[in-house]
Design a protein around this ligand. Structure first.
Ligand code: SF4
Length: 398
């Protein structure tokens, strides 16, 4: 399948191989696709329509994973369905709970034979919300130098089933079935886990449409945020076709520093990125664009950097808020975390300019909750290996 916008720097498989047992996983299919699968399996149009509606309800409102529990479907049809279809979930390889309540899962796609395809999701509870950080790829083609996932090769894009499956698993783990609009723990989603979502645009879009469907999981687009490192050509399309909130991994305000720590900047420069933010459909003062800014000691954390950030936000008239993230160091990282005093100074300068710039408290430090850390805690690489991998990725980016 063609990568959207012809911009993916490497050719990657877009779909998982068919299930070894030949059955079709219904999670991640749209209502129309479920109906089409039922038709193709032999139901007549009326029957396929009715069953698709019932199955959708059981999957996304009740969390059912077995056809035998779908009590409004004739018992005699349960085995027929089970022979042809499955309501899948990624396998949980490891689940950790931090002392601060943050939960992290290491997941493996159905049918994967080893840990090479493992990926992660993280749930972060707060007083007023619960946010699930969802992965879009296994590994990443990019090599943001502060990011642990950036030290991994891209294995493949996650399928809609595997993206929706993360939300389903989290709901399972949180005991949130049957669906109810009020009192949920899982209230928000951020596409901010492993991978660059805009390099897996179609699968992310299809998955989020299922997550937003009012007859099912029904998460409002206002409660979903898609985070990009700056894939400029895809940003307008994301706004138009998905319409969720936008977050941008900014992390630097000069070409020199952003080229180093977010190397996609060499392909899509800062000015183009900020203009794409200014043009992002639906962004306004009520729906601000979030700029993620990891605080790296003596790299991007000076007072001058803070003033330049304010200048850029004003220049492009961006409805913006800035999340300041103290760096969560990992073995082999090339950077240190900024001092708390400098993070506060930076935050104050931006706040004084009238722009919200909260300092994010690191979560789940006792469980390696930063992106990509759980997966690779067993795969330590030397600095030389990390540099070589970064060079390879950069060459692929062009
Ligand atoms: S920050 Fe995101 S885009 Fe950059 S290397 Fe990490 S996972 Fe990839």
């Amino acid at each position: 399948m063609q990568i959207p916008g012809h911009i993916d720097p490497v050719v990657t498989p877009r779909t998982v191989p068919a299930r070894a047992d030949g059955r079709v996983d219904l999670v991640g299919l749209s209502k129309d696709q479920i109906r089409a699968e039922l038709l193709a399996a032999g139901l007549d149009l009326k029957g396929a329509k009715l069953r698709a509606k019932q199955i959708w309800h059981w999957i996304y409102n009740r969390g059912a994973t077995e056809f035998s529990t779908m009590t409004d479907i004739a018992k005699a049809q349960h085995p027929w369905l089970a022979e042809r279809f499955v309501v899948g979930r990624p396998e949980v390889v490891e689940a950790q709970v931090s002392s601060d309540g943050t939960r992290k899962w290491l997941l493996r796609p159905i049918g994967a034979e080893d840990d090479s395809q493992d990926f992660e999701m993280v749930f972060i509870p707060d007083a007023d919300r619960g946010t699930l950080c969802v992965s879009s790829q296994i590994g990443c083609t990019l090599n943001c130098r502060f990011c642990h996932t950036g030290t991994m090769r891209l294995v493949r894009n996650l399928t809609p089933s595997e993206i929706v499956g993360q939300v389903m698993l989290a709901r399972d783990g949180l005991g949130e079935w049957p669906s109810q609009p009020d009192g949920r723990m899982l209230t928000n989603i951020v596409m901010m886990g492993m991978g660059e979502p805009l390099y897996n645009f179609e699968n992310v879009r299809d998955a989020l449409k299922i997550v937003m469907d009012g007859d099912g999981l029904a998460l409002s687009k206002r409660r979903i945020t898609l985070s990009t490192s700056g894939v400029v050509p895809m940003m307008a399309r994301a706004g138009a076709e998905i319409g969720v909130n936008l977050a941008v991994s900014l992390h630097a305000v000069t070409k020199e520093v952003r080229d180093e720590i977010v190397p996609i900047n060499r392909k899509y420069p800062l000015e183009d990125l900020l203009q794409a933010c200014a043009d992002y459909p639906g962004a306004n003062n009520a729906r601000r664009i979030t700029f993620e800014y990891v605080m790296l000691k003596d790299k991007n954390d000076s007072d001058a950097d803070a003033h330049e950030l304010v200048r850029l936000i004003r220049k492009y008239k961006l409805p913006a808020k800035v999340n300041l993230i103290p760096f969560n160091p990992w073995e082999g990282a090339a950077y240190d975390t900024s001092t708390p005093e400098q993070v506060r100074r930076f935050s104050n300068i931006v706040f004084e300019a009238g722009i919200s710039a909260p300092i994010r408290t690191p979560r789940g430090r006792d469980i390696d909750a930063a992106c990509g850390q759980l997966k690779t805690s067993a795969e330590r690489k030397s600095r030389a290996e990390l540099d070589r991998l970064a060079e390879e990725k950069q060459a692929a980016l062009g």
